[in-house]
Design a protein around this ligand. Structure first.
Ligand code: B12
Ligand code: SF4
Length: 597
């Protein structure tokens, strides 16, 4: 039977990504003899477009996968699917798992799968194609003959060694590579042994018989064999990311993995970790094996909120220590923060900001808390009357949904903006390159702005690559007084925000000018970029200028953007990571700089 997997990923801040759940489902279905296609909805389709796509693909079974914030789209397109094709429509994934009653109340779904879906989905496809009975499939909820809901129990967690590797064929791999900086995603385990009150893992663990059964680590040789296959498939991969919730759960496993990995591969890899699960020695061992970046949940800087409310028992000291070790070892660091949790006040949010100032990650992510149904913290929010209605939204991470005593929603939003500005500042300083990072030094530059807010520091993501930039709407400029060392290069990238690529208007000229004490200003670089008309200009356009003629001198160096008169002033032109670099800075380069990050 042909199964169409549908994954809405609309209006998120994410770029198209590889999703392991879908990939494992596709692999299991193919092994079961079924045909599989994936419809990755990265933009909103009109109902008519969606129906046409469905009719063209003509599946026997329509299978949605959805997170909570994407459920509005899943529900809408499921209704369209029902009327366009009238095939069996099933939904799985985290939202159906944590809010099954809510999902079954929507008549557009014939059934849902709670928890892990490989075996239930294959059994459902088998039953539907062979005319068998699907009413007793474990994990499946479906409509019974009298209109009631049949709620089958959940089977134990699957044995990961019994599954085929996640399928890579149903994906547009070139698109994924392009959008994710040629980073390939892999998973060596499922589940997490911790029980944070806001996290769906806690619900999943309970559903599958408790944390002990829920956490499963794939054997090292199996993971290595899959990595060998991935290196063969994607010879131009730049890095790997292990999407495991916590990569460092079992220290002994990590050491065995590092031994094997280091012998075979040189691809840098990135992981998620929890601070209690590592010590300096383990971090150093992973770094030696190829680790270049760690992603760490900090969530709150207030220890009481973190311990009592979020059930995260680590201390601030532990967090500070791990970031210090990472810095000493030359690892890139990311952290996740959450503001607007019950109990948060302006003061506690400022404590979270202060902790970030201390640990100074290379990338700081700040979300506004959203209570996911089924989690203990969601229940607490309901009990305390902090949230009223279902405020599900696809942009929840930047919109508060709680009414907290002493912290009105507008205040949470204002603090979020302030935290984001701090994040940019920390990142600019931390990722400083060479001996003069012009983005970090912007506040010391003499800025000419054509209008208010025309020049500023921004982090921008294009084709999956984040960069710290100077936004410079034309006609504006920033002039720096700098000493030019021997053998100095000016490195920078030019770009336009993807938001304007398809808007009317033209391009702009990026210009670099230099003035010395004795000579008047001259233009040493000028290039016109127009992503609206030239597809090749859609991306980071990196350049390097040799500043040898100015060695030993103090100069005024100006970056400017210029648009044709009266045109195109809001074209969102960016200078990405402009910095001066001399050969003597070589010893400062880190693996991330080598990767061009
Ligand atoms: C890796 C990951 C990501 C990746 C990949 C995205 C993804 N959706 O998986 C990235 C980094 C892109 C990401 C981004 C985000 N994520 Co995330 N992410 C995860 C994480 C840690 C693991 C997911 C995973 O791969 N699990 C392993 C696979 C094998 O399991 P699975 O995906 O659940 O799939 C299985 C079953 O669910 C089922 N199944 C799934 N689909 C279907 C469909 C059918 C028809 C059937 C039968 C079965 C079925 O079968 C699969 C195989 O067993 C989960 C945590 C978790 N435990 O789920 C959070 C999680 C999914 N993320 C979450 C969030 C909030 C986000 C962001 C919104 C964060 C943000 N602020 O930007 C974005 C949203 C992006 C998006 N469109 O989903 C929440 C979602 C909560 C919710 N209720 O919706 C989770 C649950 C974490 C949490 N806070 O509790 N995430
Ligand atoms: S450590 Fe991370 S994955 Fe584990 S329960 Fe807490 S938030 Fe969820």
């Amino acid at each position: 039977m042909k199964v169409l997997l549908i994954y809405p990923d609309i209006n998120t801040i994410q770029f198209p990504h590889f999703q392991h759940g879908l990939a494992w489902l596709a692999a299991a279905l193919k092994r079961g003899g079924h045909e599989v296609e994936l419809l990755y909805l990265e933009r909103e389709l009109s109902d008519r477009e969606f129906a046409a796509e469905l009719v063209r693909r003509d599946p026997g079974l329509v299978a949605f996968s959805s997170t909570t914030q994407q459920y509005v789209f899943a529900k809408r397109y499921a209704a369209v699917a029902k009327s366009a094709l009238d095939r069996f429509v099933v939904i799985g994934g985290i939202h159906a798992t944590i809010d099954p009653e809510g999902v079954m109340a929507d008549p557009c779904f014939d059934a849902l799968v709670r928890g892990e879906g490989e075996y239930p989905l294959v059994e459902l496809a088998d039953a539907l194609s062979g005319g068998g009975d699907c009413s007793k499939i474990l994990n499946l909820w479906l409509r019974g003959p009298g209109g009631g809901v049949i709620r089958n129990p959940v089977r134990p967690p699957v044995d990961l060694s019994g599954l085929p590797w996640p399928d890579r064929e149903v994906w547009d791999n070139e698109l994924l590579m392009r959008h994710n900086d040629r980073q390939v995603s892999v998973m060596a385990s499922r589940g997490c042994p911790f029980r944070c009150t806001y996290c769906c893992n806690t619900v999943l663990a309970d559903l599958h018989g408790g944390n002990a059964q829920w956490v499963r680590q794939r054997p090292v040789p199996e993971v290595i064999a899959e990595l060998e296959d991935l290196h063969r498939r994607f010879p131009d991969m730049k890095s790997l990311i292990f999407m495991d919730e916590i990569f460092t759960v079992h220290k002994r496993w990590v050491r065995e993995f590092c031994d094997e990995y280091q012998q075979r591969f040189s691809t840098p890899f990135q992981i998620f970790l929890r601070v209690e699960t590592v010590d300096r020695e383990l971090l150093a061992r992973m770094k030696e094996a190829g680790l270049y970046s760690v992603i760490v949940g900090v969530e709150s800087g207030n220890e009481t909120i973190r311990r009592e409310l979020l059930n995260r028992k680590m201390s601030n000291d532990q967090i500070i220590r791990v970031f210090k070790w990472a810095d000493e070892l030359g690892l890139e660091t990311w952290d996740f923060n959450m503001i607007g949790v019950p109990g948060d006040t302006e003061d506690t949010i400022r404590e979270t900001m202060a902790l970030n100032r201390l640990i100074r990650p290379h990338h700081v992510q700040v979300s506004i808390f959203y209570p996911f149904p089924g989690t203990p913290l969601h229940q607490q929010c309901l009990d305390e009357g902090l949230t009223k209605v279902d405020e599900s939204t696809s942009v929840f991470h930047s919109r508060p949904v709680l009414d907290l005593p002493g912290l009105p929603r507008e205040k949470t939003l204002a603090l979020h903006r302030e935290f984001m500005a701090l994040a940019h500042e920390i990142e600019a300083e931390k990722t400083a390159k060479g001996y003069a990072d012009l983005a970090a030094l912007l506040s010391a530059a003499q800025v000419h702005e054509e209008g208010p807010g025309y020049v500023g520091r921004w982090r921008v993501r294009i084709h999956g690559e984040d960069r710290m930039c100077i936004l410079m709407h034309p006609n504006s400029s920033a002039a720096y007084h700098l000493h030019i060392r021997p053998r100095t290069m000016l490195r920078f990238g030019m770009a336009f925000s993807p938001d304007v690529w398809d808007k009317p208007g033209g391009g702009a000229t990026f210009e670099v000018r230099v003035k010395t004490r004795l000579r008047k200003e001259r233009v040493i670089f000028s290039e016109f970029i127009d992503p609206k008309r030239r597809p090749r200009d859609r991306g980071w356009l990196d350049r390097e200028l040799d500043l040898a003629p100015f060695r030993g001198k103090t100069v005024e160096l100006t970056l400017a953007t210029i648009a044709p008169p009266g045109q195109n002033q809001h074209c969102a032109a960016f200078w990405s990571r402009p910095y001066l670099w001399s050969e003597f800075d070589l010893h400062r380069s880190t693996p991330n700089q080598e990767r061009g990050k």
